[in-house]
Structures are given as C-alpha cells and as structure tokens.
Design a binder for this molecule. Structure first.
Ligand SMILES: Nc1ncnc2c1ncn2[C@@H]1O[C@H](COP(=O)(O)OP(=O)(O)OP(=O)(O)O)[C@@H](O)[C@H]1O
Ligand SMILES: [Mg+2]
Length: 225
C-alpha cells in the first residue's frame, strides 16, 4: 500500500443561508494514495467543487480535517498553505481564473515565476512547451480575455501542468472543449499520472473520463454514495 497523499476525515462545510445554515458537505471520509487517479461525479450542486477546494486547502472546512502528504492543513496559516501548494499542487478551476489582462504565455509563466529556483529562460521555455501541448502554440501573445472559452480552459490547464505537480485537482477540465480536444487533454492528464506519478482528482460529468480513473467517487447532496 502506497503512502496516502490526501487524507480527509469527517470533512464538513456549512454555509450561512439566510437566517439558517446549509450543510453542503457532510462528514466526508476519503483517503487518496500517491499516484492514484480519482474521478468525482455527481449532479450539479452536489458539492464536487466544494470538496476539491477543501482538499486543496483553498477553503477551510467547518469541521473535520484534511492532510496533504502528512501535513494537517489546519496547522498552517494561509501563507503556509499557499507555500505548500506552490510547486506541488496544480488546480484547474471550473471558472479558469486566468488574469484577463495578461497574455496566455504570461499566465502560464506565473506559477514558475513564484518558484525561486527556475531560471527566466526555463520559465519561458516550459510555459511555451505546455501551451503547445494543449494546442495553443499560435496564441501565446493573445490576452487571456480575448481567448475563446475553450482556449481559456486550455491556458488554465497549461498553467496547472507547467509546474508538473505532485497532485492535480481538475474541476471539469474539458467542460468547454469539443470532444476531440477534450480527449487530447484527458490523455495529457493520464500521461502525467503515468510518467510522473501525478495524483489526479478529476471532477467530471463524463462517464468515459470517470471510467479511466482507478476509483470513482459519487457525491449526492454533499455525501459520498
Ligand atoms: N459559499 C457558499 N455559500 C452558499 N452556498 C454555497 C457556497 N458554496 C457552495 N454553495 C452551495 O453548495 C452546493 C454545492 O456547490 P458546488 O459548487 O460544490 O457544487 P458542484 O457539485 O461543483 O456543482 P456543479 O456541477 O454545478 O459545478 C450548491 O448548492 C451551492 O449553491
Ligand atoms: Mg462545480
């Protein structure tokens, strides 16, 4: 049995809802091994994006705990959580979250620029390479805001891939792509898993993508079913 990479215990997220509260994740227990591939499926509103954000330390749970590579996220402040993600965790957001006034290339260079040990020349070369791999070699100097939805999604993927993360969280990574481009992107994800043992957690509505994962988790109204 490989070391667990992610361990979630009794993970619960409660949000205010008018005068009352709403529990959007109920006591989720989940252990993901290093190098494992996990598909997360479930209806819209079932809590998939919420779960991913908690596992990545982007949001904090209302109760329960998450540890990543043996580190309890609750023991870290926001800066320390960001430092843990830097260079090790890639995240592809459902809403992309690119910097609109920066070019495609600048967006992909950004996570490398935050790392102290990568030379300027390497940064640009690696960013170009990954943009080429997602099929955007001809769009390097377009501003992110001028790119189509599917192109923005591919920039977001290149930005997540460029650090060659240990863990990659992808929230519907091919939701805006045509089937052929989507299939290429999914192949890239599984190649990363195979060649670099990247641990993958992929939210998807596509059963054929889920079927390629070693394990599939189904969420319904904030619970694993
Ligand atoms: N900060 C918040 N405040 C209030 N409600 C929230 C908040 N975040 C999420 N929710 C609610 O929690 C539920 C789960 O949201 P989440 O984004 O995790 O769903 P999802 O499974 O990713 O759905 P989709 O497939 O549509 O992306 C939704 O009903 C959403 O409205
Ligand atoms: Mg979502």
């Amino acid at each position: 049995m490989k070391e667990p990479m992610i361990v979630a215990r009794q993970l619960t997220r409660i949000v205010p809802n008018g005068q009352a509260t709403l529990t959007i994740l109920h006591e989720i227990d989940l252990t993901v091994s290093a190098g494992e591939t996990v598909g997360i499926v479930g209806a819209s509103g079932s809590g998939k994006s919420t779960l991913l954000a908690l596992l990545a330390g982007l949001d904090l749970p209302s109760a329960g705990s998450v540890s990543v590579d043996g580190v309890d996220l609750a023991s870290l402040d926001e800066d320390a959580r960001a430092a843990l993600r830097l260079g090790r965790i890639g995240f592809v957001f459902q809403s992309f979250q690119l910097l609109p006034a920066m070019t495609a290339l600048e967006n992909v260079m950004l996570p490398l620029e935050l790392q102290a040990d990568v030379s300027a020349r390497d940064i640009e070369q690696r960013a170009r390479q990954w943009l080429q791999k997602v099929g955007l070699g001809e769009r390097l100097s377009h501003l992110a805001r001028d790119l189509s939805g599917g192109e923005q999604q591919r920039v977001a993927l290149a930005r997540a891939f460029v650090i060659e993360p240990q863990i990659l969280f992808a929230d519907e990574p091919t939701g805006n792509l045509d089937p052929a481009t989507g299939a290429e992107i999914i192949d890239l994800l599984f190649t990363l898993n195979r060649e670099q043992s990247t641990t993958l957690l992929i939210v998807t509505h596509d059963e054929s993508v889920a079927a390629r994962c070693a394990r599939v988790i189904r969420l319904s109204a904030g619970r694993i079913v």
